[in-house]
Ligand binder design. Structure first.
Ligand code: PGA
Length: 242
């Protein structure tokens, strides 16, 4: 794993953009695997700014997202579809029909997972952006998720519900289930960019980089990826061996 440590959030976003830029400048019809959460917002700002200033075009690109809450419609401002529209898709020239994310309203969950796996198989990703949970999760793959799982639905852990409650009016409004790519789908991307910010991620970052490769810390599977870059701020990297 290549490790880039940056001073603060602005520099983390700049370094993450440098990795993403190699892909978007290098391939007009790239497939971008994207993530939600507070961590990649700065990267999306850089992408939007570059589009505005330099005219970098996403018209031929396709995007696939990691996960979506079950039960939330695309119009719900807490859905990940809404998040992506706001933070990135509405600010660049990507064609909305080329942006893929699980359908949170799908009634047949198994059929929706199969549909999404088929999309992923058709669209090999040139890069996959990831955040990391304080417990080492990637997407909604919580500790214990088998590494060979593909898209599936999960019951959110109490920890994740509490972490995400800050975005809702109250904890009771946080959806209890979600659709998520599995570890296997994530590993299928040609390149991975994982971003970690803040001291509350330091333990998970240490485990991911230096610990055993185990489903108990889902992000540790990234040690096995041939082209994975971690961009972390000093706080998130603070427990790594120097
Ligand atoms: P965050 O979430 O970017 O909001 O910290 C990351 C994650 O839980 O995967």
């Amino acid at each position: 794993m290549k490790i880039i440590i940056a001073k603060d959030y602005e520099q983390v976003s700049e370094r993450a953009w440098e990795v993403m830029r190699e892909v978007v400048y290098g391939k007009k019809d790239a497939v971008l695997g994207l993530a939600t959460g507070s961590t990649p917002i700065g990267l999306y700002d850089k992408m939007a700014e570059d589009h505005r200033r330099n005219g970098t075009s996403y018209r031929l690109m396709r995007t696939v997202n990691l996960d979506e809450y079950a039960g939330l419609s695309p119009e719900n401002d807490q859905s990940y579809r809404y998040f992506m529209n706001e933070h990135l898709f509405n600010r660049i020239d990507v064609q909305k029909q080329n942006t893929f994310i699980e359908n949170g309203l799908a009634e047949d969950e198994a059929a929706e997972c199969a549909r999404y796996n088929a999309i992923l198989a058709q669209l090999p990703r040139d890069i996959q952006v990831l955040g990391i949970g304080a417990n080492g999760h990637i997407a909604f793959n919580e500790p214990g998720t088998p590494f060979d799982w593909e898209t599936h639905t999960v019951a959110l852990t109490q920890n994740t519900i509490q972490m995400n409650a800050r975005f809702f009016k109250s904890e009771s409004e946080v959806p209890r289930r979600a659709f998520t790519m599995g570890p296997k789908n994530i590993m299928d991307a040609k390149r991975i960019l994982i971003i970690a910010v803040g001291a509350n991620k330091a333990e998970a970052v240490r485990g991911m980089v230096e610990g055993a490769v185990t489903p108990d810390l889902p992000a540790s599977i990234l040690q096995r990826h041939p082209d994975c870059t971690l961009v972390a701020d000093e706080a998130a990297a603070s427990l790594l061996k120097k």
